[in-house]
Design a protein around this ligand. Structure first.
Ligand SMILES: [Zn+2]
Length: 436
């Protein structure tokens, strides 16, 4: 995107804020309360918006906003949010009457290295089902293959992408097969992984490791130890995303090893009584202790990692997720549990989490974790114009978890339109017809 000199000078805060973007590499970065640089001339009385999303109910947790609002977009940014904006002020209009309008969803756990990872899917092709404008790849690429992911996927995709680099050189290139990527510990070269993470810190959030018996074999805690070490070397901003499942050691030991800012994914998986964060009906003390320390808990639904009989008691006992992610991949997407992010969010509505919180856990909260894009996960003026529009469909609905438990709900989110940096996916096609 070209910045016009006039646009920068036109806003007194623009120069300072532009400097802030260039240096935004810390873990902070939530949208709330930030003053964002405007890339258009707001004072122009004849300003024509590129696109107007009209008639919807905006649910934007970053502004504590849940009200009828029109949303105007200009030059890839949210330009205005107001009770009524005349259609004549926009080149194109999308009628969101009766629908809800949220920041574009942010999915913290996905698999996107299609045709290289055994389970990767192309994010843009899924847009109509996922409403996900920002996605985080959870270790499809190892440190040996991340340059390819960066070039061939991040560089060729409209969806805004980030990734965790796998502590195993081969990442998930061979998954699903019988030989887990951490059966051979020599694939976990700490310095090589740290180098890849550090070199790609604009798009890499840290190190991925899968702590399941069928992945690590007899290597026990060593893959996690090496993942943490690689992240430490790369810098204090680098996180570890740790998959939990049928743990090679008692689950509590894994939780105790994690650092503030690290992420447990598959938080409500149930691989047996000693392998879930709920044991004997109670949330593990080590899980509460990890959360007190600042460890984050992510859903990562997937094809085998979300169980209502773990999630329901956890939520009742005050242990909701920090972030709700899908773990959508080529196997899970075909399972009856349908781990598409809007559907996973709807499952949490059925568990009693209010709509605003559910949306926050797939917008504001993962945006804070990504911490690299000012305004991400928000519809405040100046934020990137990433927008999702949903029908909130009322009526009885049945959900299934990955262990075939059923749960009834009253409502679900049905995605009907997704916009990335001002450009809609599908109709109305951008005018002029160019892609970002
Ligand atoms: Zn996954």
């Amino acid at each position: 995107m070209t910045l016009s000199r006039r646009g920068l000078i036109g806003s007194g805060v623009a120069a300072a804020a532009a400097t802030k973007i260039a240096g935004a590499e810390t873990r902070a970065g939530s949208a709330a309360g930030e003053t964002l640089p405007l890339l258009f001339d707001r004072s122009d009385p004849n300003l024509k918006f590129d696109l107007l999303v009209t008639g919807g109910t905006v649910v934007d947790p970053s502004q504590k906003l849940h009200a009828h609002r029109d949303v105007a977009i200009k030059n890839g940014q949210i330009a205005a949010v107001a009770e009524s904006i005349p259609a004549a002020r926009a080149v194109q209009v999308f009628d969101a009457g009766g629908a809800i309008v949220t920041p574009g969803l942010i999915d913290l756990h996905c698999h996107y290295y299609h045709q290289v990872s055994g389970i990767g899917l192309p994010p843009d092709e899924m847009m109509g089902l996922t409403a996900t404008t920002t996605g985080v790849d959870a270790g499809d690429a190892g440190y040996a293959s991340f340059p390819g992911f960066r070039h061939h996927v991040i560089g060729q995709t409209r969806t805004r992408l980030f990734g965790f680099i796998h502590i195993s050189a081969i990442g998930l290139a061979g998954n699903p097969i019988k030989v887990g990527e951490m059966m051979n510990i020599d694939y976990a070269d700490v310095d090589a992984c740290a180098k890849a993470v550090a070199e790609n810190r604009d798009v890499c959030l840290g190190v991925k490791v899968r702590m399941s018996k069928n992945v690590v074999g007899s290597n026990g805690m060593e893959p996690l130890r090496r993942a943490i070490r690689a992240a430490q070397i790369a810098g204090p901003w680098a996180r570890v995303m740790c998959h939990i499942g049928n743990a090679p050691v008692p689950l509590g030991e894994v939780l105790e090893a994690l650092r503030p800012g690290d992420i447990v994914t598959h938080a409500y998986s149930n691989a047996g009584e000693t392998n879930a964060i709920v044991a004997g009906g109670k949330v593990l003390p080590q899980a509460f202790e990890a959360r007190r320390r600042g460890v984050l808990f992510d859903v990562g639904h997937g094809g085998g990692s979300f169980d209502f009989t773990v999630a329901a008691p956890a939520l009742e006992q005050g242990f909701p997720p920090d972030t709700i992610s899908s773990d959508v991949h080529s196997v899970s997407i075909q399972s009856p549990s349908k781990p598409l992010l809007p559907w996973v969010l709807s499952k949490f509505l059925s568990l009693g989490l209010p709509l605003e919180q559910v949306i926050a856990k797939a917008t504001t909260e993962p945006a804070r974790i990504i911490g690299r894009v000012p305004g991400l996960g928000s519809l405040q003026v100046g934020a990137p114009a990433d927008v999702a529009v949903f029908k909130l469909v009322e009526g009885p609905v049945a959900f299934v978890d990955t262990n075939k438990h059923e749960r009834r709900g009253n409502v679900y989110l049905d995605p009907i339109k997704t916009i990335r940096q001002g450009r809609p996916f599908g109709f109305p096609f951008p005018d002029p017809f160019t892609y970002t």
